[in-house]
Design a protein around this ligand. Structure first.
Ligand SMILES: [Zn+2]
Length: 81
């Protein structure tokens, strides 16, 4: 099913799919820099690439799309960051 915009997981609680993951990751990075301006974040603002890094704990990933059952190629998705 090529026309499925596969639902691939959650990023910081937001539903993500193959098409919006970059947009959501950029939004999180932008809101971190806003918070940082007011001193509400200590340490570094994360880049979108760091935000989608599984080890940071923002990302909850599906192995398979719950709509069409296609296996999600995380390597390919993360390589685009
Ligand atoms: Zn799908």
């Amino acid at each position: 099913m090529k026309d499925c915009d596969c639902f691939i997981g959650f990023l910081s609680g937001e539903k993500i799919n193959k098409l919006n993951i970059h947009h959501i990751a950029e939004g999180i990075s932008d809101s971190q820099s806003n918070l940082k301006q007011y001193g509400l974040i200590k340490g570094d603002v994360l880049t979108p690439k760091q935000i989608v890094d599984n080890r940071r704990g923002y990302l909850s990933r599906f192995a398979f799309c719950p709509y069409c059952g296609e296996k999600i190629d995380w390597k390919e998705i993360l390589n685009k960051f």
